[in-house]
Design a protein around this ligand. Structure first.
Ligand SMILES: [Zn+2]
Length: 84
């Protein structure tokens, strides 16, 4: 890690890129991108891919809905079970 992000190498930047994107940070504002067109182009490519992936796989699955569906499925199961 360097203390001067604008002077980091492309390799250093790219090794952190996936983490930066995954953390939801504003990668566009990264100092290395202000000086490096190559990494800007790389980031644009990755964002296009990430955007496409997001449309296929929602980042935040509706867990509450899922739990509600599980509960109602269990309830239906109970309701339809013959009483003994
Ligand atoms: Zn670079």
């Amino acid at each position: 890690m360097t203390e001067e992000p604008e002077k980091m190498t492309c390799q250093e930047f790219q090794s952190q890129l996936a983490e930066l994107i995954g953390s939801g940070e504003n990668v566009d504002g990264h100092p290395h991108l202000q000086t490096c067109a190559r990494c800007r182009a790389l980031l644009a490519d990755l964002q296009t891919i990430a955007e496409a992936a997001r449309q296929l796989l929602p980042i935040e699955p509706p867990e509450e809905d899922l739990w509600e569906r599980i509960k109602s499925a269990i309830k239906e199961e109970e309701d339809s079970a013959p009483r003994s």
